[in-house]
Design a protein around this ligand. Structure first.
Ligand code: ADP
Length: 483
């Protein structure tokens, strides 16, 4: 870049200013006759030449440093310029040191910003930052997944329509304190959220470093941080717990009130009626049996739930377990003129399991097959090796009855606690409504699977798939220890 005319003018003025005092002194001395005119003029010229040289050297360095600073603004990796003067050289060196320091600070800040953005994005719950105009200025990955990519730069109401949440955000922006609000988002799938709204002071980011914002704009502005927690599962489990307690109390209250009613009758009107007493005691016996079955099923369920996450470790011979259970249920089957047949190869691999719990699985499934199968039909218990897409090598245990079958719409709910297709029939048969729930939890502890196949008018088949792959590991471990 060549120096402009204005710059040359400015430098000339500086040179004149530097030379002027000395030149004026020489001229005054000449005027007073103290100095000959010739040497005085030669001195003035010398001074002018020296001043011009100084200005040229320093001026050139100043121009180079100015250019260097401009280049630095565009691209931080610039070598310092070559300068003619020691002072310029030092000045440029200090600028370079300062620049390197800023670069290091900038790099570490950028790295920190990146890691913090990654942490915020890794957080499961949506997080939104809203400015004083209620516009979403930042959103983490979870927020974008939940509310869509377009939410940044728009009014929060576009993503979160809930009036209570919006009102709480407005209050926070107007200087209010933090609030927590639970709300339901009905679409696409109903979900319950808890929104924590906190006031926040946000500094506006510089968009153009070359044009700093006016001071008033650089002060912190009110903003709000909105953090959402998906509490759907918690709410659902609270609801399930409440339903369960209500159902269990209802199931216990029914036989209890029957008992209370009969006790009342036996003490009053039936006090001397021996025949009625026998009949009533019989019913009371049935009701206490029902209560005791219910209590043991409830205890079994809670025990199974407690250790559901601890996989079993015993080696279980399934045909032997099935055989023992069939033995205990044969009398009940005979009473209904039914038979139980066990089908299965003799060389079935053992599974890793809990034999008491697997006994309960057989017990509940075969008991249901007898209860819901038609009289004079057969219940078939089959054991077979199988290959399961999820479990790999497995054993399939199926219990088939020839009953009325179950309508398709009931199938997904059969393993819910207290869910019954026909509550009156289940109760009349002494059912607690917990048998299949127990089966489901035991199978889940065994990392297995329960499927139900049913045809109306023909009957149902309940199949439990139990993986055997872990057996090899245990057997191999045992062999290694023995070796
Ligand atoms: P319950 O004590 O009522 O038998 P379960 O949990 O064992 O409770 O079964 C839940 C419901 O599933 C039963 O009430 C019944 O309606 C239905 N069910 C279970 N097994 C059979 C089956 N083999 N055939 C027809 N319905 C069945």
């Amino acid at each position: 870049m060549r120096p402009s005319t204005a710059m040359i003018g400015r430098f000339s003025a500086i040179a004149i200013l530097i030379a002027a005092p000395g030149a004026a002194t020489l001229l005054v001395l000449a005027g007073m006759g103290l100095l000959a005119t010739g040497p005085a003029l030669a001195g003035v010229l010398g001074l002018a030449a020296a001043a011009a040289l100084i200005v040229v050297f320093y001026g050139r360095d100043v121009v180079r440093i100015t250019r260097y600073l401009r280049r630095l603004d565009r691209d931080a990796d610039q070598p310092p310029p070559r300068l003619a003067t020691e002072l310029g050289h030092r000045f440029a060196g200090s600028i370079a040191v300062l620049q390197r320091r800023w670069r290091r600070r900038e790099r570490s800040l950028t790295a920190r910003l990146h890691s913090e953005a990654a942490i915020i994005d890794a957080i499961d719950g949506p997080i939104l930052l809203v400015d004083d105009g209620r516009t979403v200025t930042r959103a983490n990955d979870a927020a974008r997944r939940t509310f869509g990519d377009q939410m940044v730069g728009r009014d929060l109401a576009g993503a979160l329509r809930h009036p209570d949440v919006l009102a709480a955000v407005d209050r926070a922006l107007a200087g209010g304190g933090g609030e927590t609000i639970a709300f339901t988002r009905p679409v696409p799938v109903e979900r319950v959220f808890e929104a924590a709204i906190k006031p926040f002071a946000d500094l506006p980011a510089d968009t153009d470093a070359a044009a700093p914002a006016p001071p008033a704009d650089r002060t912190a502005r009110p903003a709000a941080l909105v953090t959402l927690h998906d509490i759907t599962a918690i709410k659902r489990s609270e609801q399930m717990r409440a339903d369960f307690v209500a159902n269990a109390s209802h199931e216990l209250r029914t036989p209890l009130s029957t008992l209370a009613g009969f006790i009342e009758t036996l003490r009053g009107p039936a006090r001397d009626d021996e025949e009625a007493q026998d009949r009533f005691l019989d019913i009371m016996h049935q009701q206490t049996g029902r209560m005791s079955r219910l209590v043991s099923d409830l205890l079994a369920l809670s025990d199974i739930e407690l250790d559901e996450h601890t996989p079993p470790t015993e080696l279980v011979d399934l045909p032997r377990v099935a055989d023992a259970v069939i033995g205990t249920l044969e009398i009940k089957a005979r009473d209904r003129r039914m038979t139980i047949r066990l089908d299965g190869p003799g060389d079935l691999p053992p599974v890793i399991g809990d034999s008491d719990q697997l006994t309960q699985v057989f017990q509940n499934l075969i008991d249901n097959a007898i209860n819901y199968g038609k009289p004079e039909t057969e219940v078939t218990v089959s054991l077979a090796p199988t290959q399961d897409p999820g479990a790999g090598r497995a054993v399939a245990v199926s219990v088939r009855d020839r009953g009325d079958g179950i309508a398709k719409r009931h199938l997904p709910r059969l393993t819910e606690r207290f869910y019954r297709v026909d509550p009156a029939r289940s109760r009349a048969l002494g059912g607690t409504g917990l048998g299949l729930a127990i089966v489901k939890h035991i199978v889940s502890r065994h990392r297995g699977r329960l499927t139900v196949d049913s045809t109306i008018g023909e009957g149902s088949t309940f199949t439990v798939i139990l993986p055997v792959r872990a057996v090899t590991a245990v057997a191999a471990g045992g062999a290694a220890r023995r070796g």
